[in-house]
Design a protein around this ligand. Structure first.
Ligand code: NAD
Ligand code: TDX
Length: 339
């Protein structure tokens, strides 16, 4: 079996590469990644010398390059993680989100048409469903919840999902889609809530909480997500969408306070800042379908997963300290100063 993992130098894709190489040492895994600011070859360093692994630098939206790769490698499965993934960046600069998330997905699908594929899997997000009100804890996203996006990021991901389903119906490409909740764990880029708060806490820097910190996210430990994708690409039904969620809902403030307490810091570090425009209130996934069809359930409770994650950041300081000492400083200044 030969699998192309796009975006494998990023957070979830990197974890997926490690998961698959460990679980299926006989598979050939090719990582295709553009190495944007979010891609990091150090994440793949432990597998770089593995003869069953290959890294290829390139852009999923570059048609000529993608076709050549398909022609040379003749992959069986594509798992598309490659995306611009940060909501705040999509608010300040939407264009690249349309280019990578929509056009890039279209190019990969065209390559599947042209060269044939056993499975194309699209890694999507619960954000395509919009948000749920805070006063209705009984409501959850199911696979039939209408798409209702809030940010340029989520709109680009929903567009990509529609393309994937259209290519299945019209061209019979064997596709699956997964829509997951917020992931956390090792190799998470420190622009996202959890790693940013861990890094700032360790450096005794203010912890910028948007609005009142009452927004709710449903946290999914990244390894549980990798396990779900593994099940879907092997046993999931073609043409289907699967929701993947952790049943681990927390307000942002609860998450930040958990990190502060675990690191023995003061809650005075919390700084309430101007809210994100269009900020989604609550995400919550109903994972009944993947549980019933494929037997998946989230194994890692938030209290355990956050401990493991904090330990990883404590034990892997060079990985994230290098990131926050570079170009990241300009980003941070632009995103947070005067907020
Ligand atoms: P990430 O930003 O950490 O990594 C994205 C990777 O894609 C990077 O390595 C980057 O270099 C690469 N990339 C970007 N543009 C590319 C292009 N044009 N061609 C090739 N490679 C390119 O993202 P992540 O958090 O690991 O998310 C992975 C996927 O999962 C995304 O599709 C995202 O929408 C989805 N998702 C993420 C979460 C989450 O909580 N992080 C939740 C739901 C869905
Ligand atoms: O500094 C911050 N302060 C803060 O209060 C940051 C970076 C975030 N937040 C809030 C905004 C959100 O309510 O924390 C919550 C989580 O924010 P992000 O980590 O930016 O994630 P989110 O916007 O929920 O999107 C994530 O989950 C769905 C991923 O980035 C997406 O790629 C995925 O599709």
């Amino acid at each position: 079996m030969k699998i192309i993992v796009t975006g494998g130098a990023g957070f979830i894709g990197g974890n997926f590469v490690h998961y698959m190489i460990k679980k299926y040492p006989e598979y050939d895994i090719i990582c295709l990644d553009k190495l944007t600011y979010a891609g990091n070859l150090e994440t793949l360093e432990p597998v770089m010398d593995n003869p069953k692994f290959k890294f290829v630098k390139g852009d999923i939206a570059d048609r000529e390059f993608v076709y050549k790769l398909f022609e040379e490698e003749k992959p069986d499965i594509i798992v598309n993680f490659a995306a611009e993934s940060h909501v705040d960046r999509s608010i300040s600069d939407p264009g690249i989100f349309l280019q990578t998330n929509i056009i890039g997905t279209g190019v990969l699908l065209d390559a599947c048409r042209e060269y044939g594929i056993k499975r194309y899997h699209q890694v999507s997000t619960d954000e395509v469903y919009g948000d749920l009100p805070l006063d209705r804890p009984d409501l959850f996203f199911t696979e039939t919840t209408p798409l209702h996006t809030s940010s340029p990021y989520s709109a680009s991901k929903a567009s990509a999902d529609l393309l994937v389903l259209a290519y299945h119906r019209t061209f019979k490409i064997p596709v699956t889609i997964s829509r997951c909740s917020n992931n956390y764990g090792p190799y998470h880029f420190p622009e996202k809530l959890i790693p940013l708060m861990i890094a700032n806490c360790l450096n005794d820097k203010p912890l910028p909480v948007y609005g009142k910190g009452e927004n709710v996210r449903d946290w999914l430990y990244v390894e549980d997500h990798c396990h779900a994708i593994d099940l879907i690409i092997h046993d999931g039904k073609v043409g289907e969408v699967y929701n993947i969620g952790g049943h681990n809902e927390r307000t942002n403030l609860q998450v930040v306070e958990t990190i502060i307490d675990a690191l023995g810091k003061s809650r005075d570090l919390i700084q309430y800042v101007t809210d994100r425009p269009g900020h989604d209130m609550r995400y919550a996934i109903d994972p009944t379908k993947i549980h019933n069809e494929l037997g998946w359930e989230p194994e890692t409770k938030f209290d355990e997963g956050i401990k493991r994650t904090i330990d990883w950041y404590l034990n892997n300081k060079p990985w994230w300290e290098k990131i926050i000492s570079g170009e990241y400083q300009n980003y941070y200044e632009k995103m947070y100063s005067g907020r």
